[in-house]
Design a protein around this ligand. Structure first.
Ligand SMILES: O=C(O)CCC(=O)C(=O)O
Length: 321
C-alpha cells in the first residue's frame, strides 16, 4: 500500500551497492531454516491452502515463535529509532495519533534480517502460493501510534508494485494485540481480479491509469455482513505472533487504532515461481531505483535485492502443497 501524504525521499545508494550488500548474506545461506518445512506444513494444512486460494487471505495463529517475536520487536525498535530515508508519514498533521511507514530495511536492520532468513516465513509463503520457490520481495513497517484516526482505505497492492504474476503473498505481522475493530480486513475473492483503479488515499484521485481505464472498486462496505455479499469481509483479532497472509490483489483496508493502543506491524512480502519483473511508467511503492537497467521486463526477480529464501525440499514436508 501507499498512503503517503508526503513523497518518500529518494532511495539512497545504487542497486549495485544494495546488491553487493545483499550478497554478503547469500553465501551458504540457502535460508532453508531448520525445521521450517515441518512448521510450514503444520501452519498451512490443506484447508488453509484451500482458503488462501479461495479467499486470497487467511489467518495464521502462532506464525512467529516467542524468539522470532522478540526479533521482530527489536527490529521495530531499531527501525522506529532511526527511520530510513524511505520513511513516509501517512497521517495528517492534525491526526491525534501518528502513522509512519518504512520500506526495504532487511539489509540494514539485523533483527529483521534474522527473522526473515531464519524463520519459517518463506516456507509458509511457498505453501500458500503453491510454489516450489519463495523469494523475498520486500519488508514494510506500518506503525499506528495510539489514537491514530487515519484509516487505510480499501485497495489492492499489486498496482503499486513492479511485479506481475499470480503466485505471491504478503504477511501482515503485528507486534501488539490488534482488536477485531482495528485489524486488517479483506474482501474475500477479490484476488481473482480484475485490477481496480488505484486512487490517492487522501484526495481519491485516479493514479497512473486514466479515469475510466480500470474498473472502479466495488462498494465493499455496502454489503458488509450480508449473506449475499459478493465479496464477504473477513478479518481476525490478532495476538502478537499471529499474522494474516494475503494476496497482492486482495482488496484490504484497516481503520485507525483505539486511544491507548499502539499498533506496530511488519509486512513481509514474497514472490513465487510465476512472478516477473514489470517496470512501471509510474513511481512504484516501494521504488527500486535503477533496477529496470539491470533486470529486463518479464524476467524472474533473480537479483540480490530479492533473495531466494525457499526452494521446495525433496521430502514431502518441504514440497509445495
Ligand atoms: O497496516 C495498514 O494500515 C495497511 C496495511 C497494508 O495495506 C499492507 O500491508 O499492504
Amino acid at each position: 500500500m501507499n498512503s503517503a501524504t508526503s513523497a518518500p525521499p529518494a532511495r539512497q545508494g545504487t542497486p549495485a551497492a544494495a546488491a553487493a550488500q545483499a550478497a554478503a548474506f547469500e553465501p551458504g545461506r540457502s535460508s532453508q531454516a531448520p525445521g521450517a518445512a515441518a512448521r510450514a506444513a503444520a501452519l498451512v494444512d490443506a484447508a488453509t491452502a484451500e482458503a488462501y486460494a479461495r479467499d486470497g487471505a487467511v489467518c495464521l495463529r502462532g506464525l512467529l515463535t516467542p524468539s522470532e517475536l522478540a526479533l521482530l520487536r527489536a527490529g521495530l525498535d531499531a527501525n522506529l529509532a532511526a527511520p530510513s530515508p524511505r520513511t513516509i508519514v501517512a497521517s495528517r498533521p492534525d491526526d491525534p495519533g501518528f502513522f509512519i511507514e518504512d520500506f526495504c530495511n532487511w539489509r540494514e536492520i539485523a533483527p529483521y534480517r534474522e527473522l526473515i532468513f531464519g524463520s519459517a516465513l518463506a516456507a509458509v509463503a511457498a505453501r500458500l502460493m503453491q510454489s516450489g520457490t519463495a523469494r523475498l520481495y520486500h519488508d514494510h513497517m506500518l506503525t499506528k501510534e495510539p489514537g491514530t484516526r487515519q484509516p487505510t482505505p480499501w485497495h489492492q497492492d499489486q498496482p503499486y508494485y513492479n511485479v506481475d504474476g499470480l503466485q505471491n503473498v504478503s504477511f501482515w505481522i503485528p507486534a501488539d494485540p490488534v482488536s477485531r475493530a482495528a485489524t486488517l480486513e479483506f474482501a474475500a475473492g477479490t484476488h481473482r481480479g480484475p485490477w481496480l483503479m488505484p486512487r490517492t488515499f487522501m484526495t481519491n484521485e485516479a493514479r497512473w491509469f486514466p479515469e475510466g481505464s480500470l474498473a472502479e472498486l466495488p462498494d465493499i462496505e455496502a454489503t458488509r455482513g450480508r449473506a449475499d455479499a459478493p465479496h464477504p469481509i473477513i478479518g481476525w483479532a490478532l495476538e502478537p505472533g499471529d499474522a494474516v497472509a494475503f494476496h497482492m490483489l486482495t482488496l484490504h483496508a484497516t481503520g485507525g487504532v483505539e486511544p491507548g493502543r499502539r499498533r506496530r506491524v511488519f509486512s513481509v512480502r514474497f514472490l513465487g515461481d510465476d512472478m516477473r519483473h514489470a517496470p512501471r511508467r509510474w513511481k512504484t511503492s516501494p521504488e527500486f531505483p535503477g533496477l529496470a537497467d539491470e533486470l529486463p521486463a518479464g524476467a524472474p526477480l533473480d537479483h540480490p535485492l530479492f533473495p531466494l529464501l525457499w526452494k521446495g525440499a525433496d521430502d514431502a514436508a518441504g514440497a509445495p502443497v
